[in-house]
Design a protein around this ligand. Structure first.
Ligand SMILES: Cc1cc2nc3c(=O)[nH]c(=O)nc-3n(C[C@H](O)[C@H](O)[C@H](O)COP(=O)(O)O)c2cc1C
Length: 366
């Protein structure tokens, strides 16, 4: 399969640590200042993208701090110069006209580096307690499909007239248009059948939750085979990385985080109660024990620098273009990955395809 050049991104820490909340090496911090410094550091280290998840209230524990995605994305757009900024969006929270206008403004501030990640909600209280309501899984997707049709056309500067079950937009056009390209990029996060149909019809990049290579390859094959109105779909993968000099050291770091994560069991039980059981993402995440959110370590990026580099190469060969990564403690591990793993991946990429995987080729990298 032909793939786009590899890119690496980081998840912003919108609700603190990704694997374990009670870590002496990473005290809870979801502040703007921390996230600002994190994304600026990521840009300096050569990362290509950042994903700012959207949650109005903290999905783990409601009295914990939560960063607001869209205002933070606008501020980050002004402060950075190269990194792509992706802000997640749950359609029920904003009317499509308002959201498209915000997206075009951040595209303008960032000079063509902005993207939205359409997600269709799993945390019931976030919408229910606001009085918005929490429709059933496929009804949320039907709403999201109408919503993205309007947003996508408006972001392209079209005069939009749209009458559907949920929206009645008449001869609406946003100015200025995108000054840098046709419109900001549209990512979609979600694994269910309606999510797949939605991304094929309206998305540019499908975000897949971290999971083993064979499962990711099956998902890509399933979606890539479907007819599309325009250019082929691209693919991103969420993953939590633990990379060390040796395999044993990585395992020890995994154990440390696993022991800490066990302390979050009461919090996770509440999260489970709040989750729509029909969300496929959550069902997938039950299959493999893991650290981190959105699949986390289930993608298998735990091991020596060479092992992790080799697995990344294998995912890329299967069609993954963008790796959206999590670490803990984030700043130090993100820097380690940039220094130790990315150069190894680049070195592997420079070799002929047949020579990229397998212990033999890797041992020469040590
Ligand atoms: C990369 C990625 C990022 C996501 N970001 C968010 C987010 O910011 N906020 C949120 O509520 N859900 C987020 N989700 C979860 C989706 O909302 C979830 O997958 C959705 O409920 C779709 O369910 P499905 O898997 O049944 O299609 C994300 C999912 C992925 C794969």
């Amino acid at each position: 399969m032909t793939t786009h050049p590899l890119r690496f991104g980081i998840w912003a820490l919108v609700h603190g640590s990704r694997a374990a909340h009670q870590d002496p090496e990473e005290p809870y911090d979801a502040s703007w200042e921390r996230n600002r410094d994190l994304v600026l550091a990521a840009e300096r280290l050569g990362y290509d993208s950042t994903l700012i998840a959207q949650h109005t209230i903290n999905p783990h524990q409601e009295d914990l701090d939560q960063l607001e995605a869209w205002s933070s994305a606008a501020a980050l757009a002004a402060l950075t110069s190269r990194i792509e900024i992706i802000a997640a969006i749950k359609p029920y929270l904003y009317h499509p006209v308002v959201l498209a206008k915000m997206a075009l403004q951040i595209e303008n501030i960032s000079r063509g580096r902005f993207a939205i990640n359409l997600v269709n909600a799993w945390n019931r209280p976030e919408l229910e307690k606001a009085g918005i309501g929490f429709p059933e899984h496929d009804a949320r997707y039907a709403y999201g499909r109408e919503w993205i049709s309007v947003v996508s056309s408006l972001m392209q500067g079209e005069h939009v007239t749209y009458k559907g079950a949920h929206f009645d937009v008449r001869d609406y056009a946003l100015r200025p248009k995108d000054l840098y390209r046709a419109r900001p990029t549209i990512y979609v996060g979600g694994e269910s059948e309606p999510a797949r149909a939605l991304v094929v019809d309206h998305g540019d990049v499908w975000f897949i939750n971290g999971q083993p290579l064979e499962d990711v390859a099956d998902l890509i094959a399933n979606v890539a085979a479907r007819p599309r109105p325009s250019v082929p779909l691209r693919f991103g993968l969420s993953a939590f990385v633990i990379a060390r000099e040796t395999h044993e050291q990585a395992q020890a770091a995994y154990e440390r985080l696993s022991n800490l994560a066990a302390k979050d069991a009461p919090m996770k039980a509440i999260q489970k109660q709040n989750t729509d059981p029909k969300v496929v993402m959550m069902q997938t995440m039950q299959k493999t024990p893991r650290l981190g959110s959105n699949g986390g370590t289930a993608a298998g990026l735990v091991g020596s620098y060479n092992e992790v580099a080799s697995r990344i190469g294998a995912f890329h060969a299967a069609g993954i273009e963008l790796f959206m990564l999590q670490f803990q403690p984030f700043e130090a591990e993100m820097a380690r990955f940039a220094q130790e793993v990315i150069p190894r991946v680049r070195q592997l990429q420079s070799r002929p395809l047949a020579d990229r995987t397998g212990a033999g080729s890797l041992s020469s990298l040590r």
